[in-house]
Design a protein around this ligand. Structure first.
Ligand SMILES: Nc1ncnc2c1ncn2[C@@H]1O[C@H](COP(=O)(O)OP(=O)(O)OP(=O)(O)O)[C@@H](O)[C@H]1O
Ligand SMILES: [Mg+2]
Length: 215
């Protein structure tokens, strides 16, 4: 469904080769964990998969359709099919929880959808709370709800439990399991063994390539 062929990317300015003829196939995996050292390119890879970074050589296909180029058609396609939860959540601090989740819908507001998602992530009564007034774990749930509002086929998450304590991590993991059961597929960047363990496969990003880790 997601396939990368011969992806090459250099970091602008330094010209360091970040991705070196990278190959990847999501295949039948319903969930994949990506690990790797700090600076190895994990966040850059998720941005590439989300279509936010189109400056690279090689071919990216989604459901056999080439989506590497930054055409408006491709951007629409990716927005519809791929949700991204970033490392710092990217929530608007001065807006409330509901408004943040609605963002992706633009003018097509849908309170019912938002409330359903709030129930799913365990924040039923949080709609009117400001982001600046909720905890990190709660913000992570809001970011997950926001990424889900367009029912993406694939959910990309950058360190979904990175800033959380063990108990909150377990709660987020249970939530991600529930999301998996709705049919969405997950690609997660993580340093956590607990997160990697719940995934069907684990890859390590090393020397510009994604290598399958044998469990
Ligand atoms: N916009 C940019 N311009 C220049 N260099 C960049 C840019 N974005 C990332 N880099 C560089 O690319 C490399 C990979 O960064 P990236 O954020 O993908 O790493 P990472 O694996 O996610 O690290 P971490 O585990 O710390 O989050 C780093 O050396 C970083 O400095
Ligand atoms: Mg990163």
């Amino acid at each position: 469904m997601i396939d990368l062929h011969g992806i090459r990317k250099t970091i602008p300015k330094t010209q360091i080769l970040l991705f070196d003829n990278m190959e990847f196939s999501l295949g039948e995996y319903r969930s994949v964990a990506i690990t790797g050292r700090s600076g190895s390119g994990k966040t850059t890879l998720l941005k590439l998969l989300a279509g936010l970074d189109t400056v690279y050589d090689g071919v990216y296909t989604f459901e056999n359709k080439i989506v590497s180029k930054s055409t408006s058609k491709n951007i629409e396609f990716r927005k519809k099919n791929i949700g991204l939860i970033t490392q710092n959540y990217n929530l608007l601090e001065d807006r409330n929880v509901s408004a943040n989740i609605q963002l992706a819908l633009g003018r097509k507001k849908n309170t019912q959808k938002v409330n359903k998602l709030l129930d799913l992530v365990g924040l039923s009564n949080y709609g009117l709370k400001k982001i600046s007034e909720i905890s990190g774990g709660e913000a992570q749930r809001v970011a997950i709800a926001r990424a889900l509002i367009k029912k993406p086929k694939v959910l990309l998450a950058d360190e979904p439990t990175g800033a959380l304590d063990e108990k909150t991590e377990q709660e987020i993991l249970a939530l991600l399991e529930r999301i998996k059961q709705t049919g969405a597929r997950l690609i997660m960047v993580t340093h956590s063994d607990a997160v990697a363990k719940i995934c069907d496969a684990q890859f390590i990003l090393e020397n510009g390539k994604l290598l399958l880790v044998n469990n």
